[in-house]
Design a protein around this ligand. Structure first.
Ligand code: UGA
Ligand code: MN
Length: 426
């Protein structure tokens, strides 16, 4: 009995040892298998990462090329729109030089050789750096697209709002020349004037900023105005700029600007193809829309009276039998043509073809800007009186009051470090 028990225990022990051995072997095998598959997996992963990076870069490259095409297309669209405007050859703000938008091509070269395992990490890092560069380029490009979209949107807004230039192929054009300069009331004056001009058919507005660059304020205003325009700029020469403390009429104003606009007309408009008249408009005057239809009849130089000018209720020509015989004015009556800038218009073809060199004389005596200009063009008996023989006033030499309270108040706020929010355009 005892022997039997011992034999059983021995068998049992042997079986246990065998089982343990089998289990151990199995584990070892499993570990080996796991070890192998993990190694393989890492290899597969590396291959995938490498391939993905290659493909990503290829994709980025393709996107960039596609974007370049899109840019070119946008520029073409804009150019086409600009060409719609007979006049805006170089001046339009909308004209984006292609270089502005087009990114540099061919700078995204990715090494074509295969990435071998030893330096794969190095290569991957290199690729990451390249991707970072591409990313910043794309961000920059996105910003450029946003700007482009904003410009197009403002144009479309003008169209949707029905703010389109009024056109009539049978009417002569009016080329309105306006100098303007930055000041507290500039936008208010320009908005008022723009909205007057919107009523006028076949009007092209040449707005010339007295500044060394074209400002965003004026650019936006023009873009949204719905008016056919050319936007120029020229800073008045220093010796003629108004210094602090000088009276407002110490120097002539708007002379370099008007002369630049005349030059632009001479360079860009063919009066045979586009018959018209030239009219000089201050940005702060008041204009009745009737005056524009009057001046379309100008053959050489037409003339009419101006309200609130010449130190009287009005100043202007006295007409007898359809001819100007004298002038009514309360200021410097001895001038050959004692009239205000707002009181005459000149035929475009006459100015461009027969009087090619005529311009405003910066050295004219105070108050003699208009007379010295007109004397180069006409004589009293040749003047063509309009506005019912100069008996109707359709334009007023209004002047916008300088908003002293606002200016003084703003200076105080600045000192207190609490200026009016400069991002709000006024
Ligand atoms: C009067 C006439 O109406 C002007 O046409 C004429 O140019 C001026 O006299 C002159 O003798 O020089 P006034 O109302 O006194 O004009 O002048 P502003 O309205 O202040 O200026 C005339 C135009 O020039 C305006 O359109 C104004 O925006 C512009 N301007 C004025 C400048 O471009 N830069 C300046 O520094 C000042
Ligand atoms: Mn004025």
């Amino acid at each position: 009995m005892r022997r039997n028990i011992v034999t059983m225990l021995l068998w049992f022990g042997a079986a246990a040892i065998f089982t343990i051995h089998v289990i151990m072997q199995h584990r070892k095998g499993k570990e080996q298998v796991e070890e192998i598959s993990e190694r393989q997996l890492t290899q597969v992963k590396t291959t995938i990462i490498e391939r993905t990076e290659r493909e990503n870069i290829h994709q980025v490259k393709q996107n960039l090329n596609a974007n370049d095409d899109a840019d070119e297309k946008s520029n073409n669209d804009i150019d086409a729109q600009n060409h719609d405007r007979i006049e805006e050859k170089r001046e339009s703000d909308v004209n984006l030089p292609a270089a502005d938008v087009n990114n540099n091509n061919g700078q995204h070269d990715v090494g074509s050789g295969s990435i071998n395992n030893q330096n794969s990490l190095e290569k991957a890092q290199e690729e990451i750096e390249k991707l970072k560069v591409e990313n910043s380029r794309l961000l920059e490009r996105e910003q450029q697209f946003k700007n482009l979209a904003r410009r197009l949107a403002t144009q479309l807004k003008g169209r949707e709002g029905g703010l389109l230039p009024k056109l009539d192929p049978y009417l002569p054009w009016i080329f309105a020349i306006t100098p303007t300069y930055a000041r507290y009331t500039q936008k208010a004056d320009l908005v008022r004037l723009a909205q007057t001009l919107l009523h006028v058919t076949n009007l092209h507005w040449i707005l010339v900023e007295d500044a060394s660059y074209r400002t965003d304020l004026v650019s936006r205003l023009l873009q949204e105005s719905g008016i056919s325009f050319t936007h120029l700029n020229i800073r008045t020469e220093p010796k003629l700029q108004r210094k602090k403390g000088e009276k407002h009429n110490k120097h002539h104003r708007g002379v370099n600007q008007r002369n630049l606009a005349l030059q632009w007309l001479r360079d860009n408009v063919d009066p045979q193809k586009t018959p018209g008249v030239v009219y000089f408009m201050d940005d702060d005057n008041t204009y009745h829309r009737k005056i524009f239809d009057e001046m379309r009849r100008t053959r050489r130089v037409s003339i009419w009276g101006v309200g609130l000018a010449g130190g009287a209720r009005w100043a202007g020509p006295i007409v007898k039998n359809g001819k100007v015989v004298s002038f009514h004015t309360n200021w410097a009556p001895d001038r050959t043509f004692p009239t205000d800038m707002a009181g005459f218009a000149v035929s475009l073809s006459y100015l461009l073809k027969e009087k090619r060199d005529v311009k405003f004389d910066m050295n004219a005596k105070r108050g003699y800007l208009e007379p010295t200009f007109l004397a180069q063009l006409t004589s009293m008996d040749q003047l063509e009186p309009l506005a019912e023989n100069c008996t109707k006033i359709y334009v007023w030499h209004t002047r916008t009051e300088v908003p002293r309270v606002s200016i003084r108040g703003e200076k105080m706020l600045m000192k207190l470090g609490k200026p009016s929010d400069p991002t709000i355009e006024v």
